[in-house]
Design a protein around this ligand. Structure first.
Ligand code: DAH
Length: 347
């Protein structure tokens, strides 16, 4: 047995010394020191020895194991160092090569226009607020005086979450009028930009998701004159002093009287024609509808606990994409959402 141990020691030391990769070294470790390895096989035969021989052999076997383990560690360190050395030698870094330039993006054109609109209104004393996109029908419709059965409540127009049609994706930021008046007493000036959702197919002027900016002013003695003044002021600030707008009578359940405001088409300058063809931006109208507005309906004020005999107000809701398209002369709404870098870089 003594000779066997000697033999294992000599052979194992030589084999470990010869291993040159981590894998080869591990293979040798298993072969000599593993559970089914050579040394273990010898130890298993200890039982056959006499009582005097056993401790002597046991001691010797342990010494061999310790020596092999020490060798293993030594080789492991040497091999790892060699691997690292080889890696460093093969990877040379030229620190003088210029780095890759980091290109800094810029604000999305739509956000540029939103920022501009917000700045103007903040300058006029408006509070900018944010609200939920998942909304109660109560805020989106009912308390805005939009009765049951109104076409805008239809399931073919609105995304509902519940079978009883009580929770939906807001179809208009007008819901924020109610939310704001619930918590604020007049005099108040609010601006609420945000996303709205409708079941529309996307085309040059429609998208199932778009942005609106809602405005609301309630105080004593507010008139339609104040409304027109604010809207004309903002249009001139955004589109320049020669911006042409017009007001048309309209109907909204939550305002009375109501109107829409159009801006003269930036493509055909109101003629409805470009190079003898119908203008594709305004479809030959010469005008582009920008917003709905009106004097807040007394019923809406009452629904928010505000006395309509004491206070009056105006409200407006404009389409942000439409504004951006006019401001930046973009002819197709879809370009705003496509995230095409070539397109966005122009602004
Ligand atoms: N919410 C209306 C829409 O989405 C737009 C609108 C019209 C908002 C009149 C108003 C308003 O605040 O007074 O078509």
């Amino acid at each position: 047995m003594k000779e066997q141990l000697e033999l294992i020691k000599v052979n194992a030391l030589a084999a470990l010394e010869a291993a040159e990769t981590p894998a080869a070294l591990d293979e040798q470790r298993v072969k000599w020191l593993g559970k089914k390895g050579e040394l273990t096989a010898v130890l298993k035969m200890m039982g056959k020895l006499s009582a005097e021989e056993r401790p002597v052999m046991g001691q010797m076997a342990n010494a061999v194991r310790a020596e092999l383990e020490a060798k293993l560690e030594e080789r492991k360190a040497a091999i790892n160092a060699a691997v690292l050395e080889a890696k460093l030698a093969s990877e040379s870094i030229d620190v003088t090569i210029p780095g890759e330039e980091v290109t800094l993006g810029h604000q999305h054109p739509m956000n540029q226009v939103l920022q501009q609109v917000k700045d103007i209104f903040v300058g006029m004393g408006y509070t900018v607020v944010d609200g939920p996109e998942v909304e109660y029908a109560d805020y989106n419709f009912t308390r805005l005086n939009i009765e049951e059965g109104h076409p805008s409540r239809d399931r073919s127009d609105t995304f509902y979450f519940t079978d009883d049609d009580s929770v939906l994706l807001r179809t208009q930021t007008s819901s924020m009028q109610i939310r704001f008046m619930e918590n604020h007493q007049p005099p108040l000036c609010m601006l609420a930009p945000g996303r709205v959702f409708r079941k529309d197919e996307a085309d040059a002027t429609h998208s199932p998701m778009f942005h609106q900016i809602e405005g609301l002013v309630v105080a004593e003695d507010i008139t339609m004159g104040n409304l027109k003044d604010v809207l004309i002021t903002i249009m001139r600030k955004i589109y320049g002093h020669d911006a042409n707008v017009r007001f048309r009578p309209h109907h909204f359940p939550f305002t009375e009287p109501s109107c829409e405001m159009d801006m003269q088409c930036h493509k055909c300058h109101g003629t409805g024609e470009v190079d003898g063809k119908v203008c594709s931006t305004c479809h030959g109208e010469g005008w582009i509808e920008l917003l709905g507005a009106g004097m807040v309906h007394p019923e809406v004020l009452r629904n928010c606990g505000i006395d309509p005999d004491k206070y009056s107000g105006f409200a407006f809701g404009m389409g942000l994409e439409r504004m951006a398209m006019g401001r930046l002369k973009i002819t197709d709404l879809r370009l705003i959402f496509d995230n095409n870098i070539k397109f966005l870089e122009q602004f």
